[in-house]
Write a new protein. Structure first.
Length: 232
């Protein structure tokens, strides 16, 4: 056995360059494995980056749909037209904007005492048109588009955008009107209150009189067809 092994080793040594050729082949194979490993790591890193970026894009809202109702609702919409945040309602997360708004209007109109005021913010005209189309033909539903500056001012006043605009309209007639008074009234009441003041009346705006005080909405006609786009 030992003799045969020695003879085999001698034959290997006897072939010129065989050992060096084998070593070179092994080095080439190791280098190829290293290159492959680097490519796999780079591909994995790229995949993680793409997934992370996609997740960031998916969960980042770019527009909002606010509905002034007895229970205010605000939907945050991503660039793909999907609801990524829903305040004041349940069951709409990741729904399409059109589906979500239609379902909300069906529910809120059934319970609404008066009117619904929808505001779209974010500067997405396509989204605004989608929301306006959902509201078209619905009695007492008003649509509008607002700017980010208005939204910030409304938040500072502690009011939804629709009521904030109504506050400004009322204060233009009667500077004594406060945000607290506006906050506790429905949009229909606010519209009636503005109409009363515009006619020169001095109607009390307490709960005792029940004076309607609804927004002086510019562009709505009570059938959901009014559309007024703001700059946002």
């Amino acid at each position: 056995m030992d003799k045969r092994f020695a003879e085999a080793v001698d034959r290997v040594h006897a072939v010129p360059g065989l050992v060096e050729h084998t070593r070179a082949a092994l080095r080439t194979a190791r280098q190829a494995r290293k290159r492959m490993a680097r490519k796999v790591m780079a591909a994995a890193a790229s995949f993680v980056l793409v997934v992370s970026a996609g997740g960031w894009l998916w969960f980042t809202p770019v527009s909002a749909v606010s509905i002034d109702a007895a229970q205010p609702v605000e939907l945050k919409i991503n660039r793909f037209g999907r609801v990524v945040s829903a305040e004041g309602t349940d069951g709409l997360l990741f729904s399409g904007c059109e589906e979500a708004v239609s379902r909300l209007l069906d529910e809120l109109q059934a319970d609404a005492d008066g009117e619904l005021y929808i505001t779209v913010t974010g500067g997405d005209e396509t989204l605004a048109e989608t929301v306006f189309d959902c509201a078209a033909g619905r009695q007492g539903v008003y649509c509008d588009a607002g700017s980010s500056e208005e939204i910030s001012a409304a938040e500072e006043a502690g009011l939804p955008l629709g009521k904030y605009r109504m506050l400004l309209a009322l204060q233009a007639i009667d500077p004594s009107v406060t945000a607290e008074e506006v906050a506790g009234l429905s949009m229909k009441q606010l519209r009636e209150w503005e109409a009363s003041l515009s006619e020169g009346g001095q109607a009390d705006h307490t709960e005792e009189t029940g004076a309607g005080k609804g927004p002086g909405y510019r562009g709505g006609n009570g059938n959901g067809e009014g559309k007024q786009k703001g700059k946002g």
